[in-house]
Design a protein. Structure first.
Length: 341
């Protein structure tokens, strides 16, 4: 560049003026070529997920272009639930998916070969909500009532354990399979007496039915984990790609810590929450990348529950360490992996 400047200084003004347009064109073409080369290097990763706050780190990483900076182009496919997203992944509709750990447990018991790459959220936002005009005032009133719940999801586990902790068993309630998007209408229209729901559906139910409902935390204080999962061969075929994917999420976590208000605004905009919903749900999430021993313990607990209640054909609890791929996260964020092998 310095040689070009010296050359231009040695030329007469008319010659310089003639050269400038040519030089600018060359620079523009050069920049375009570089941009085209960079764009060509972006590798597409498709992810199936539910557009709720459990996926906040993904929203932030997309908004702040962290994936692109790490050579990835993210294509998001929306699903009605984490279970639907994982089923889509297993059917080759997407490369990865996010879902509560219960889904991974169920798939592991069914013999599916998938891997958890990281937890991106620990949340407590699942509630049991009953209609007072259906005779539901106390927990014991749930007995023999019709309860809407998305079957084979974490919601079914938390509902079943909630009943057991309150002296009831699964046969003493009538479970009706209700997908998450239909939960609000199912309860409001009286199709069910009670429903398991999570945010923002819980806030919507309370807004529509007001004092006509009573609610309890179905999780009984236990956090659920939102996991990023993939098939084993996808994770192990290109470990560097998985690292770049998780590095983008680690950068999103860093942004959240440095700019909490801006990060919250990104999530609110992407999930289309109003101010009241956002104020209600934000405190129910612990957004961070991790793979903890507590995750393994939770999965073992859920597997035993499923086996006990004959919700699976499996007879024994598998070793869930076989369904965790911690190598990429350990490389990107070493302190986030606390699993004992």
């Amino acid at each position: 560049m310095s040689i070009i400047i010296k050359l231009m200084r040695s030329l007469p003004a008319p010659a310089v003026m003639a050269i400038i347009p040519i030089g600018l064109s060359a620079i523009i073409l050069g920049l375009s070529a570089c941009q085209g080369e960079h764009a060509a290097k972006l590798e597409t990763v498709t992810i199936g997920m539910e557009s709720t706050a459990v996926n906040s780190l993904i929203f932030i990483a997309v908004d702040q272009n962290y994936f692109a900076a790490n050579g990835l182009e993210i294509a998001i496919k929306d699903y009605a639930s984490g279970l639907a997203a994982v089923n889509g992944m297993l059917n080759n509709e997407v490369d990865t998916a996010t879902a509560a750990e219960f889904v991974t447990v169920g798939k592991a018991l069914a013999g599916e070969n998938l891997r958890a790459l990281a937890s991106i959220d620990q949340f407590r936002h699942i509630y049991l909500i009953g209609r007072k005009d259906r005779g539901i005032q106390n927990v014991a009133d749930i007995k023999a009532k019709k309860i809407g719940v998305p079957l084979k999801t974490a919601a079914e586990f938390y509902l079943g354990r909630f009943l057991e902790l309150n002296g009831m068993s699964l046969p003493q309630a009538d479970f009706i399979n209700v997908a998450p998007p239909q939960a609000v209408d199912a309860l409001a229209n009286g199709d069910v007496d009670a429903v398991i729901a999570w945010q923002p559906g819980v806030k919507t139910i309370e807004d529509r039915l007001g004092d006509g409902v009573v609610k309890w935390s179905a999780q009984s204080g236990q956090a659920a984990y939102c996991l990023v999962v993939s098939k084993e061969r996808w994770a192990k075929r290109d470990p560097e790609r998985v690292k770049r994917f998780l590095k983008s999420l680690a950068q999103a976590e860093g942004y959240l810590l440095r700019h909490p208000d801006e990060a919250r605004a990104i999530v609110q905009r992407r999930a289309r929450y109003d101010d009241a919903v956002m104020a209600t749900i934000w405190k129910e999430h612990q957004l961070s990348l991790s793979l903890d021993q507590s995750l393994i313990l939770a999965m073992e607990d859920q597997a035993r529950w499923m086996i006990k209640n004959t919700l699976t054909g499996a007879k024994d609890t598998p070793d869930f360490l076989d369904f965790i791929y911690e190598g990429a996260l350990a490389a990107v964020k070493p302190g986030a992996v606390n699993i004992i092998r």
